[in-house]
Design a protein around this ligand. Structure first.
Ligand code: SF4
Length: 365
């Protein structure tokens, strides 16, 4: 197939749904890791067309959702300073901190700017030498290469008024936390195709073997998603548990080695706190010792922050596949897209936002 509409062909979608239905014999719980996949399933109505034996649960692959509250509050503390231009991807501005969000900082006069590439932040720093320019470097393996590149560029250009507030996370350690939990329900994973385009999927065979779970690298169009599901169901039904690649047009086993080298040149593996989940050992990247001068946390001394989560939000259970958004008592009531209580209602990859946009029928009928 060559064009995007071929990956949405209704006849091919129906054929794949029929094939999945023809081979499934018992109930299976399958987690799509990436929030982009959650949105695609719900947007195209695929979840409602699956056989009733297949239950999709939604994983932690939403970078905005898992960025810890402490980091949001640090961002707010830094962005409030009069000498700072704070730059971020747009989604992060609406994520509630303990008492407000970055949009509120901007409304109160803070210089908070939405950018589309971290390299823009470096340019802003060059153009404003009398200001401190901070970039909110969040995300999974997908955004890490560009963020590392921005730090490298700032160093190469000797730009001293640029720094990054880092909150990078990695997928494989989170999969192991989910599988190792005593309350785990997940029996197989659709792995995130774009993460694997960068990192490959060489980290997955040991996880598949250790926990005996099929892991299938999957893309984002309807045909991709159903091909991934079909491969997972075939493995589950036959008792297999291996890592396999259904997104071959974008993913190689070893991944993009140049991008990985760029990441490793700036970042090193570190323990990272995930919002709603807690600290996962070696699940993130932080600046390596060589690049500490670009660390906004140290530059602005915001390491000690007291946070206050909403008592209503059950995002942690949703991100681990233990509950669905419509099981949250606040869903569609105190928490809406217009007035979100938690990050999964804000992000374009958040599971709560996906249900709010596409599946409000599950609670309202
Ligand atoms: S619906 Fe809102 S309050 Fe409930 S889990 Fe989702 S983001 Fe949190």
């Amino acid at each position: 197939m060559k064009y995007i509409d071929e990956y949405r062909d209704p006849a091919k979608v129906k054929a794949l749904l029929d094939e999945i239905e023809s081979i499934v014999t018992r109930n299976w719980v399958i987690m799509e890791i990436c929030g982009g996949q959650t949105h695609a399933f719900l947007q195209h109505g695929l979840d409602a067309m699956l056989p009733p034996e297949i239950e999709l649960v939604h994983g932690p692959g939403c970078p905005v959702c898992v960025t810890p509250l402490e980091q949001i509050d640090r961002a707010i503390a830094i962005a409030t300073r009069p000498d700072v231009i704070f730059t971020s991807y747009g989604d992060m501005l609406r994520v509630p901190g303990s008492s407000k969000d970055l949009f509120a900082v901007r409304a109160q006069g803070g210089n908070v700017r939405i950018i589309y590439s971290p390299l823009e932040a470096v340019q802003i720093a060059e153009a404003n030498p009398d200001k401190q320019v901070v970039f909110f470097a969040i995300g999974f393996e997908t955004t890490a290469p560009a963020n590392a590149m921005a730090v490298l560029q700032a160093r190469n250009k000797n730009i001293k008024n640029f720094s990054v507030l880092v909150s990078h996370v990695r997928v494989p350690p989170a999969m192991e936390v989910i599988l190792g939990s005593t309350s785990n329900r997940v029996q197989a994973f659709l792995a995130a195709g774009h993460v694997c385009a960068v990192m490959g999927f060489h980290e997955y065979p040991p996880i598949a073997e250790k926990y005996h779970v099929p892991i299938v690298v999957t893309g984002f169009e309807p045909i991709d998603l159903l091909n991934g599901l079909l491969a997972v169901v075939k493995q589950l039904e036959s008792g297999n548990a291996v890592a396999e690649n259904q997104y071959q047009r974008a993913v190689k086993f070893e991944g993009n080695e140049s991008a990985q080298r760029t990441i490793r040149s700036v970042f090193q593996s570190t323990d990272r706190k995930w919002r709603g989940i807690g600290i996962i050992p070696q699940s993130g990247w932080g600046l390596s010792p060589e690049f500490q001068e670009f660390d906004a946390e140290k530059r602005f001394e915001v390491e000690n922050i007291f946070t206050q989560e909403s008592s209503l939000c059950i995002a942690g259970e949703i991100l681990q596949g233990l509950k669905k958004p419509f099981q949250c008592p606040a869903f569609g009531k105190q928490c809406t897209e217009q007035s979100p209580l938690g990050a999964p209602m804000v992000s374009a990859e958040g599971a709560c936002a996906a249900y709010y946009r596409y599946r409000r029928d599950v609670i309202y009928g």
